[in-house]
Design a protein around this ligand. Structure first.
Ligand code: NDP
Ligand SMILES: N[C@@H](CC=O)C(=O)O
Ligand code: NA
Length: 432
C-alpha cells in the first residue's frame, strides 16, 4: 500500500521535501511507499525545480486537504493563515499533519493539539525548530527520563549567518541579510528573523516540550539583532566574547522549577562556551537536565535540504505507524502532545543576568566614578569598566556587570541617563 501525502507549499522546504520523496533510492525503504498526491501553491506560473505529473500542482489548497486519498498533509506554506485553518481542516478530516511552521504552532499549538488529540491524529514538527537538527523528537523521547533545567539555543540560522559574517568578515548587515534570503534561510518576511520573533517561536516550542507545560507565545521576552553594531562586536571580541542571538528557557536560577525564564536576545557569549563556535547557518541547542547533565545538538538550522530531511523523517514516522497497525485511536504519548497546564513565566525585570553597556560620555573628570556610584546605589556590582577610546569628542566607556537583577540595572540606567556627563547609551546587551 502506498501512502499518499498532500504538500501545501512548494517553496524552499516544499521543493527540498519533494526532491527526497521523488528520489528514494539509497534511503530508508519506507520512502518507496510514499507518493505525492497533490501539491498546493499560490501561483501556477512559477517554474519549479521538481518534475511532478500534470495536474498534481494546484492553487486550490482546500482540494489538497479534502482529497480522500491523501492521508498526511504536509504544511510548508509558512505564516499564520491560511496555514492554521488548513491544518485544522486536515485534522477534522482525521488526516495526520506534518509542519515546519513554528509561527503557527507557537501561537495556535493549543488549539491545534487539542483538535488533533480529539481526532486521534498526529501533528509532527521536527523541522520547525533547528531545521535539520533532530531536537523535537529527542526532547520528547530520548531525553524524557530527565528533569530539564535549561535549554539554550542558537535557533535562527539567518541571524547567526549575519552575526558570523559581521564578526569574521566585517560584513554589512543589509548585504548579508540579502545573501541569507537568496540562500533560502530567511522567512518570507525576514523581520521575523532579524527581530528575534522566529527564535521566540522556537524557544516557546522547545520550552513546552522540555518543561512539560504549554507556553503563551506573548510571554517570551524578545529582542532582535538590529541594535548589534560593528563596534559592539569589536569590543566584545576584545573582552573575550562573541555576540550570538540566544534563545533561553530555564528554570528560576537555572534550577529545575515550575517558574521559567523565557527570553531571546543578542548575548555576549564567552569564547570558550560551546555555543560560541556555532557559526554561519548552523544552529545548536544546549540542553541541561538531570541525571544526564549537558547535551548539545548541532547542525544546519535552515535551508532546503536540511529542513526537508526533518520533514521527511516526520512523514516516515507517521507512515510507519499507519503501516504497522493503522490504528491511531490511542495516540502514542511520545509522539503526541499531552500537556495541559501553562508554565509560569518570570517577568524580565525579575531575572538575574550579567550586562554589557556602552556609554558615550563627555570627557569630564570623575565620569567613571559617577557611573560606579550610581550602579552601586542600585545594587549593581560591576565586573569591569573600560574606557575604550574616543568617538569624535566623546569618550566611549564599556561596563560589564556581575549577575544583577534586570529591574535594578534598568533603574540605575534611568538615573545615569540624567547625569550631565552622559551623552548616550548606544548599546545594552546581556552577557551569558
Ligand atoms: N526556509 C528554511 O530554511 C526553513 C523554513 N521553515 C519553515 O517552513 C515553512 C516554509 O518555508 P519556505 O519553504 O522557506 O517558504 P517559501 O516562501 O519558500 O515557500 C512557501 C510556499 O508556500 C506557498 N504559499 C505560501 N502562501 C500561500 C498561500 N496563501 N496560498 C497558496 N500557496 C501559498 C508558496 O507558493 P508559490 O511557490 O506559488 O509562491 C510557496 O510554494 C515556513 O513555515 C518556514 O518557517 C522551517 C525551517 C527552515
Ligand atoms: N528563517 C529561519 C528558517 C528556519 O527555521 C532561520 O533562519 O532559522
Ligand atoms: Na529539527
Amino acid at each position: 500500500m502506498t501512502v499518499k501525502i498532500g504538500l501545501l507549499g512548494l517553496g524552499t522546504v516544499g521543493t527540498g521535501t519533494a526532491h527526497i520523496l521523488l528520489d528514494p533510492t539509497g534511503r530508508n525503504p519506507l520512502l518507496q511507499e510514499i507518493s505525492i498526491g497533490k501539491v498546493g501553491v499560490r501561483s501556477l506560473d512559477k517554474s519549479r525545480q521538481v518534475q511532478l505529473a500534470p495536474g498534481v500542482i494546484t492553487t486550490d489548497l482546500e482540494a489538497v486537504v479534502n482529497d480522500p486519498e491523501i492521508a498526511i498533509i504536509v504544511e510548508l506554506l509558512g505564516g499564520i493563515e491560511p496555514a492554521r485553518s488548513l491544518i485544522l481542516q486536515a485534522i477534522a478530516q482525521k488526516k495526520h499533519v506534518v509542519t515546519a511552521n513554528k509561527a503557527v504552532i507557537a501561537r495556535h499549538g493549543d488549539e491545534i493539539y487539542a483538535a488533533a488529540n480529539d481526532a486521534g491524529v498526529y501533528v509532527l514538527l521536527e523541522a520547525a525548530v533547528g531545521g535539520g537538527i533532530p531536537i523535537i523528537k529527542p526532547l520528547k523521547q530520548s531525553l524524557g527520563a530527565n528533569r530539564i533545567s535549561s535549554i539554550i539555543g542558537i535557533v535562527n540560522g539567518t541571524t547567526n549567518y549575519i552575526l558570523t559574517k559581521m564578526t569574521t568578515a566585517g560584513a554589512n548587515f543589509t548585504e548579508v541579510l540579502i545573501e541569507a534570503q537568496k540562500l533560502g534561510y530567511a522567512e518570507a518576511d525576514p523581520t521575523a528573523d532579524v527581530d528575534g520573533l522566529d527564535a521566540a517561536d522556537k524557544i516557546a516550542i522547545l520550552a513546552s516540550l522540555g518543561f512539560g507545560g504549554r507556553v503563551k507565545r506573548e510571554d517570551v521576552y524578545c529582542e532582535g539583532i538590529r541594535q548589534v553594531s560593528a563596534a559592539d562586536i569589536t569590543y566584545a571580541d576584545q573582552l573575550g566574547f562573541v555576540i550570538k542571538l540566544l534563545a533561553i528557557a530555564k528554570g528560576a536560577d537555572g534550577e529545575i522549577s515550575e517558574q521559567l525564564q523565557l527570553r531571546v536576545h543578542p548575548t555576549l557569549v564567552p569564547k570558550d562556551h560551546p555555543l560560541a563556535n556555532i557559526n554561519g547557518v548552523s544552529n545548536a541547542v544546549l540542553v541541561e537536565g538531570s541525571p544526564l547533565g549537558q547535551v548539545m545538538f548541532f547542525g544546519p538550522g535552515a535551508g532546503a535540504g536540511p529542513t526537508a530531511s526533518a520533514v521527511v523523517s516526520d512523514i516516515m514516522n507517521i507512515v510507519a505507524i499507519l503501516k504497522s497497525s493503522g490504528l491511531t485511536e490511542t495516540l502514542d504519548p511520545l509522539l503526541s502532545c499531552v500537556h495541559q497546564h501553562f508554565c509560569q513565566i518570570t517577568p524580565i525585570e525579575a531575572i538575574n543576568t550579567r550586562f554589557y553597556a556602552r556609554f558615550l560620555t563627555k570627557d569630564l573628570p570623575g565620569v567613571i566614578g559617577h557611573l560606579g556610584t550610581t550602579f552601586g546605589n542600585h545594587e549593581v556590582s560591576l565586573e569591569s569598566v573600560v574606557q575604550i577610546g574616543f568617538q569624535e569628542k566623546l569618550a566611549e566607556i564599556v561596563v560589564v556587570t556581575h549577575q544583577v537583577c534586570e529591574g535594578n540595572f534598568r533603574t540605575a540606567l534611568d538615573e545615569i541617563r540624567t547625569l550631565e556627563a552622559i551623552d548616550s547609551i548606544p548599546s545594552i546587551l546581556r552577557v551569558l
